[in-house]
Design a protein around this ligand. Structure first.
Ligand code: SAH
Length: 248
């Protein structure tokens, strides 16, 4: 990895090897990093490339640069993890989203379940999803991922998530009442390349919900004898999955 400072710039903004940075990137370059014309930065575009960009002009509202080198990279895990996360209180859900992006999640679907205390009204949904997409983009940028994970277009029911993820190689529901099976006990002949993961809200899943998802082929798995908080469970689950079949 290069020691240059990294910026995320959508590839549409790079034309003929020239690019213009605007907004918060400009103040970051000028006042925080104090970079000048002639200095280089690393630019991650959404096309799996890291570009070395030499700054040509550093102005008050715009920074112009020129691509001087390009390198193909892959920061995406060979295991595509699709997280179905029940809605938790606002800042907790935001945190789960950030941490999941850092841990290489492929998609995150917010779910509404029986014991969710958080209710998001239909009229607020678009705004919420927009905010989560922004968080996914910012977190990707911060951790150097070139592919921004997908945030589902709407908050879904458990059944919906199960139906959409029917084709994944492995389907797991993390359940604190499961007292025998942990991830290590899952023995597959072929390494899974995709996994759907369900994590419940603060109040957990109901027995009926567990039965429903089992019918869709989800296996219950334990994260150990202690009950983890709703914001801890997805971080641990993702780390374990990446360590077992992914890139961690
Ligand atoms: N209501 C429960 C805790 C829910 S914790 C209680 O207080 O007893 C929120 C979610 O984290 C759960 O729905 C589950 O998906 C996950 N989780 C927490 N601890 C877990 C454990 N030990 N094993 C498996 N999943 C766990």
């Amino acid at each position: 990895m290069s020691s240059l400072h990294k910026f995320f710039v959508p590839k549409e903004q790079i034309i003929n090897k020239r690019l213009t940075l605007t907004g918060s990137d400009v103040s970051h370059i000028r006042t925080v990093l104090r970079l000048k014309a002639g200095d280089s930065i690393q630019v991650i575009s959404d096309s799996d490339k890291w570009l070395t960009v030499k700054l040509v002009e550093v102005k008050a509202k715009e920074v112009h640069g020129e691509v001087i080198a390009s390198e193909t990279i892959n920061l995406e895990s060979p295991l595509a993890i699709h997280l179905g996360q029940a809605l938790t209180k606002a800042n907790k859900f935001d945190m789960t989203l950030r941490k999941s992006v850092e841990l290489g999640v492929r998609s995150v679907t917010p779910l509404t379940t029986e014991r969710c205390v958080v209710k998001i009204h239909r009229t607020e949904m678009e705004k919420k999803i927009g905010r989560w997409k922004k968080i996914a983009l910012e977190s990707s940028k911060q951790c150097g991922r070139s592919q921004v994970p997908i945030v589902a277009e709407n908050i879904q029911t458990l059944e919906n998530f199960c139906r959409k993820n029917e084709c994944q190689d492995l389907k797991l529901v993390f359940w604190e009442m499961e007292d025998t099976k942990i991830l290590k006990d899952i023995d597959l002949d072929v390494e899974p390349r995709s996994v759907a993961v369900l994590i419940g809200p603060e109040g957990g899943f109901s027995q009926a919900e567990i039965e429903t998802v089992r019918e869709f082929g989800f296996q219950t798995v334990s994260l150990g004898p202690r009950i983890l908080r709703a914001e801890t469970a997805p971080v641990v689950a993702l780390a374990l999955l990446q360590s077992r079949w992914g890139d961690l």
